[in-house]
Design a protein around this ligand. Structure first.
Ligand SMILES: [Zn+2]
Length: 210
């Protein structure tokens, strides 16, 4: 994961496509901004406990926003020809994203299903798509649709279903403070949208055993 310290802007842009987490983020700028925030709230950024905080937060943001500038489409270019017409479902893909309205984390699980059309993709690639799309300032509703539309078009699938369940810290630790509330969003495409039976089968597989 270690990267050469000096990088030309051009190399930086290339690395940002699907490179290491720290590639696309100006950590020095974040450090300065965090120091400003500490000053603005009346803290002393030079006291022992806070001295390394700006650098720590900069590294954290580099990780949380490592999906910025990455193209999730690139993860789906390698597919396999397979005569399998039934549903493929990957449940409980954990993710951690950042709500773009408050810059607070929202965390949860993604459930992704698709109906192949002679083409399947490595199962881990579905998790990687979630990873890239979650590691950027996000809105859960948009992320749900982005995953669904991407899989629908790039897998040439007959149907795609995406369900996201997440807890938003902007709702649990501030504002209305509804501890434990979970937001569920879903996007149905193709077969999952037009065939109630297929959708019912999906729901039973995702939520049935709870
Ligand atoms: Zn929020």
């Amino acid at each position: 994961m270690s990267q050469p310290k000096s990088r030309s802007p051009r190399q930086r842009a290339v690395v940002a496509t699907n490179g290491p987490p720290e590639a696309a983020v100006d950590q020095e700028r974040i450090k300065a901004a965090v120091r400003e925030i500490l000053l603005a709230v009346g803290e002393n950024p030079d006291r022992e406990g806070l001295r390394d905080t700006p650098a720590r937060v900069a590294r954290m943001y580099a990780e949380l926003f490592s999906g910025i500038g990455k193209e999730p489409r690139e993860l789906l270019t390698k597919s396999f020809t397979q005569k399998y017409e039934e549903m493929v479902l990957v449940k409980d893909i954990g993710f951690a994203s950042v709500c773009e309205h408050h810059l607070l984390p929202f965390t949860g699980k993604a459930h992704i299903a698709y109906l192949p059309n002679g083409k399947i993709v490595g199962l881990s690639k579905l998790a990687r798509v979630v990873e890239v799309l979650s590691r950027r300032p996000q809105v859960q509703e948009r992320m749900t649709e982005e995953i669904a539309d991407l899989l629908m078009s790039d897998l040439d699938a007959r149907g795609v279903a995406v369900i996201l369940e997440a807890t938003h810290t902007c709702m649990t630790i501030r504002g209305i403070r509804k501890e434990g509330s979970v937001c569920t969003t879903s996007a149905m495409r193709g077969g999952f949208l037009i065939h109630p039976q297929t959708r019912a089968e999906l729901m039973a597989l995702v939520f049935g055993a709870r």
